[in-house]
Write a protein that binds this ligand. Structure first.
Ligand code: ATP
Ligand code: MG
Length: 423
């Protein structure tokens, strides 16, 4: 039996990969203009990093991590998200000593052991951005402006920005208590997961998708009504700046993020076109994370975009392979040698050229040239080679002429360059 890929981990084939390259290039451009620089971190980290940052009682740490011991007995985890590893690197390499503000972006695979379905996989990809060092609400607004701009420039249809504030260690505990009291009265109406969350992580109950839980919590107190003065002012200023920058958003007081490290501003980009998988990007401020991980007490904010969901939203437009400029069809050993040399010279100069390598009939070679949608075919036989000529056929124009082999390479290159300049 042949070996297949692991469930929930996808191959990306030519034809689809071009959409991904487009999404990645746009991110590099947009993020670059906003002053972000790329950082690359390993896909495996010590398990402790994720337990300490994401939180022991979150879905990710409780049930979604790929954790294993390596041969030396160290517990390792395939990264389920990018912020913790990036902050680990930020602290380890003391990036804060080089610049008081760091704007970083990353791009790559993440791993979560979830039930695979449309828009939800076990290996998936994120593009994320982080700003460390500034607590000013202008930065929250700018991060959101950049995220919205990315969705606008990539022409992702049907997305909306939702924002909320999750408060800080000063105001959240009081709110948590009020919420717990509220939930206590309605425990029997909650699903089994939420009855557990009620003690471990009551805010997550507000985020539960089960209809009964939604109904039971309609009148639950909202974090937004219980913010301390500092958090309240911060949130109001974020909204003002968003208005100044003409960024559209709605406030969703029930939005709770699935990672513990968030403080103050949190947000999601949501869509109605992907069913239950309605979040295409998400993030927030994490002012305590860097110090929790043993670094200096610096504020941070960031987001991650799910690439699979973006690609789904752009639709299944498989992109055709590029057309060869030249296909070299040869007959006889000497002609094949000469053709192979010309082919390689053209490729070295950056032109897409092809030939048949295994000495098939002329008819079979032309069939292949046709299949590749080649623009020109050069037909080179022994006789022609001896006379220093070849037949050059223009496939789009159904036109063929005899050409001298001498100077042919320059002629072709000039012709192709001329066409690209005209286009
Ligand atoms: P969800 O509520 O859909 O599980 P999440 O809150 O777990 O999302 P985050 O951890 O905030 O997601 O990750 C940010 C983005 O990464 C999501 O908005 C989504 O686009 C994408 N994402 C998260 N998990 C997956 C997955 N298993 N497969 C594909 N994309 C994912
Ligand atoms: Mg999730």
């Amino acid at each position: 039996m042949s070996i297949t890929s692991i469930k929930g981990m996808n191959d990306l084939l030519p034809g689809d990969v071009e959409t991904w390259q487009y999404l990645e290039e746009q991110a590099r451009q947009v993020f670059g203009a906003f002053g972000y620089r790329e950082i690359r971190v390993p896909v495996v980290e010590k398990t402790d990093l994720f337990c300490r940052s994401i939180g022991e009682t979150t879905d990710i740490v409780e049930k979604e991590m790929y954790t294993f011991s390596d041969k030396g007995g160290t517990s390792m985890t395939l990264r389920p998200e990018g912020t913790a590893p990036v902050m680990r690197a930020f602290i380890q390499h003391k990036l804060y000593a080089k610049d008081p503000v760091s704007k970083l972006y990353y791009l790559g695979p993440m791993f979560r052991h979830e039930r695979p379905q449309k828009g939800r996989y076990r290996q998936f990809h994120q593009i994320g951005a982080e700003v460390v060092g500034i607590d000013d609400p202008k930065i929250d607004a700018q991060v959101l402006a950049m995220l919205s701009h990315y969705f606008a420039t990539t022409k992702i249809p049907d997305v909306a920005l939702q924002i909320n504030s999750l408060g800080c260690p000063e105001c959240r505990p009081t709110y948590r208590e009020a919420l717990t009291k509220f939930l206590e009265q309605r425990l029997s109406a909650l699903c089994a997961d939420c009855q557990r969350r009620y003690t471990s992580n009551p805010l997550r109950v507000l985020d539960c998708k089960v209809p009964g839980c939604k109904e039971a919590t309609i009148e639950a107190p909202a974090m937004l009504d219980n913010l301390c003065i500092g958090c309240d002012t911060h949130f109001n200023q974020v909204k003002e700046h968003l208005d100044e920058l003409s960024v559209d958003y709605t406030v969703n007081p029930r939005m709770v993020r699935g990672l513990d490290y968030y403080t103050r501003t949190t947000f999601e980009m949501v869509t109605s076109s992907l069913g239950a998988q309605n979040a295409v990007a998400a993030g927030g401020r994490y002012n305590g994370l860097i110090s929790d991980l043993g670094g200096p007490d610096l504020p941070g904010i960031g987001f991650a975009i799910g690439l699979e969901r973006l690609a789904l939203m752009l639709g299944e437009q498989s992109i055709a392979p590029p057309r060869p400029e030249l296909f070299i069809a040869t007959l006889g050993e000497a002609a094949t040698k000469a053709g192979f040399a010309l082919l390689t010279r053209l490729q070295r100069q950056g032109f897409l050229a092809e030939m048949e390598y295994t000495g098939k009939s002329l008819k079979a070679q032309l069939r292949r040239a046709d299949k590749l949608k080649t623009r020109r075919v050069l037909i080179l036989g022994e006789d022609e080679l001896a006379r220093g000529i070849a037949q050059l056929r223009y496939m789009d124009k159904s036109f063929q002429e005899e050409v001298a082999l001498e100077g042919l390479e320059t002629r072709l290159i000039n012709e192709i360059n001329g066409e690209t300049n005209d286009a």
